[in-house]
Design a protein around this ligand. Structure first.
Ligand code: ZN
Length: 180
């Protein structure tokens, strides 16, 4: 794992990247540099750059991002993270079939409300808990119909990475563990 030094404001961006990586891709996206720029074209919200074996990066248009609310910003970030997903699978980028498939899987369908049971629906749900008292947040999480699905998926993939065992084994393991 790469160590990236960031100031405290950028740390907020990295936290969002990590949360979305965990919920939407089970933590499998590679580390990525996140930057804000005032020098992008006024028509570009952000772009993702393929590090070609080095560091991937996402650069946001700082001026345009000021106009966004949290949900808008996270959607821009998710869009760019799909490009990072493409790069990490050796794909070229762009907005072709693979990109659109990922968009649909995450629940990001243009002009439609993001479904609550989609990965991005869960990202927004978790994001909205940020300012709550921890006990209050815990209660809400326990009551959320899909939280177990996403948390189980994540821990299964971690288990798989650590042990190199197939998903069948991990499923059995997580059943035995009986999470709360
Ligand atoms: Zn794009």
């Amino acid at each position: 794992m790469q160590i990236i030094e960031v100031d405290s404001l950028l740390a907020v961006l990295y936290e969002s990247y990590n949360i979305m990586n965990r919920i939407c891709w089970q933590g499998t996206l590679p580390p990525c540099l996140l930057r804000m720029s005032h020098r992008l074209s006024p028509r570009v919200w952000a772009y993702a750059k393929n590090g070609l074996g080095g560091e991937h990066r996402i650069v946001f248009n700082a001026t345009l991002c000021l106009q966004l609310n949290d949900a808008g910003f996270l959607q821009i970030m998710a869009h760019e993270m799909i490009h990072i997903w493409q790069f990490s699978h050796g794909r070229r980028g762009g907005h072709g079939h693979d990109f659109q498939g990922e968009q649909r899987r995450l629940g990001l369908i243009l002009g439609r409300v993001i479904p609550q049971d989609s990965p991005m629906g869960y990202v927004f749900f978790m994001h909205n808990l940020k300012n709550l008292h921890p006990a209050e947040a815990a209660l809400k999480i326990a009551a959320y119909p899909n939280h177990r699905k996403y948390e189980t998926e994540y821990y299964q993939s971690l288990y798989k990475q650590i042990t190199n065992k197939g998903p069948r084994h991990a499923t059995k393991e997580s059943r035995e563990r009986k999470p709360l």
